[in-house]
Design a protein around this ligand. Structure first.
Ligand code: GDP
Ligand code: MG
Length: 371
């Protein structure tokens, strides 16, 4: 992902690097002047120092036009399931928690359908759906954001109760904050003998994550992915945060969203798991993601069942793309297939020019004449 050295960041803000290092320390990151920090951490430091940081989004003009949707009238907006990502330090239980929730809250009949890993799934709790997206690492989260994709509504930061706050915990908190996503803290592994949830809470106060019982406004849930403890409580809290966030979309418009993952399947060709974020995607729609395009030939939900349409917050596997779109790429549908193909042609040309530019040796006029 994108990084910047402490020195460069300080220079850009015209602030003494020592001040930046001090601020980083306050935020839980120990850094030297020549150290590279990631874009999200840099954003937070800059924000704290009164600067506004713009994440650069490089889309071609046509795409920008297409992405600039007309605002949906309030009357057309409908409640949509919250989209949740689980982040945290390695081995604190992200995968276990995702699996535990899936196995506990997906009905038995659906369970048989889940044969392979899919990057996203839905569960139902008290009649309401929740979408979980497995971002395969914090870097992917940042990469998506850099492309202008905001996939997640709620971040669950997992912390092992026997280990406490670790570097990637802080990174996860920073990522969520930079993306302006509400955080739920899940203290995991409370079944372990060495578990000390209170210590974790004390540590987190340093990062302004303070439980309500202590006068703060952060939601904490103590769970065990292994023993499947308090998982319904966690889902309950997700729905509570979703209620406050009022996540809505208009199901009655052309679909757009983000590619979660994609691969070339030997039998089926390019297969992309996409998250529909607004509108409804239908079989037969002409879809574009980067330079990949095509008519949606078939769609499968997270259980592998064929579906003919997918509304807001729904993850689906899509068949019919001409190529494999990269994870994090935005997708949208166009009604006019001819216009869609024209757009793709322009993108191809641009991409080829870019590749040529990158591969060409760089020689300036000075180099040529001053030898
Ligand atoms: P990730 O790296 O964050 O995805 O962590 P994993 O889900 O792979 O878990 C790391 C290790 O912790 C594995 O050996 C899990 O079995 C174990 N683990 C995860 N959750 C729990 C839990 O609630 N209790 C206990 N005792 N072990 C857990
Ligand atoms: Mg994992």
């Amino acid at each position: 992902g994108d990084t910047i050295t402490v020195k460069t960041l300080a220079e850009k803000m015209r602030i003494n690097a020592g001040e930046v290092i001090k601020k980083l320390m306050e935020l839980g990151t120990l850094a030297t002047i020549n150290q590279e920090i990631d874009a999200d951490t840099a954003t937070i430091v800059a924000n704290e120092m009164g600067f506004e940081v713009q994440v650069k989004v490089e889309l071609d003009k046509e795409a920008q036009l297409m992405m600039k949707e007309p605002e949906d009238d309030a009357e057309n907006l409908r409640w949509r399931p919250p989209v949740v990502t689980i982040m945290g330090h390695v081995d604190h239980g992200k995968t276990s928690l995702l699996d535990a929730i899936r196995h506990t809250h997906v009905t038995a009949s659906e369970e048989g359908g889940i044969t392979q890993h899919i990057g996203a799934y839905q569960v139902e709790h008290k009649g309401r759906k929740i979408t979980f997206v497995d971002t395969p690492g914090h870097a992917a989260f940042t990469a998506m954001r850099a492309r202008g994709a905001k996939v997640t509504d709620i971040a669950i930061v997992v912390i092992a109760a026997d280990d406490g706050v670790m570097p990637q915990t802080v990174e996860a908190i920073n990522h969520a904050r930079a993306a302006d996503v509400p955080i739920i803290v899940a203290i995991n592994k409370i079944d372990k003998p060495g578990a000390d949830p209170e210590k974790v809470k004390r540590e987190l106060t340093e990062y302004n994550l303070v439980p309500e019982a202590w006068g703060g406004d952060t939601i904490f849930v103590e769970v065990s992915a292994k023993e499947k403890l308090n998982l319904p409580e966690l889902l309950e809290m997700i729905l509570l945060v979703a209620e406050v966030g009022e996540f809505k979309a208009n199901p009655n418009r052309a679909a757009r969203g983000t590619v979660i993952e994609a691969e070339l399947d030997k039998g089926r060709g390019p297969v992309a798991t996409v998250l529909v974020q607004n509108g409804t995607l239908r079989v037969g729609d002409f879809i574009i993601a980067g330079v990949a395009y095509g008519k949606v030939r078939a769609m499968m939900d997270y259980t592998g069942r064929r579906v003919s349409k997918a509304g807001p917050s729904t993850p689906v596997e899509v068949l019919g793309f001409s190529g494999v779109p990269p994870a994090g790429e935005l997708f949208y549908t166009v009604e006019d297939e001819k216009f869609g193909k024209q757009l793709i042609d322009e993108r191809f040309t641009k991409k080829r020019e870019e590749e040529f530019r990158l591969s060409a040796p760089k020689i300036s006029l000075d180099d040529l004449f001053n030898q």
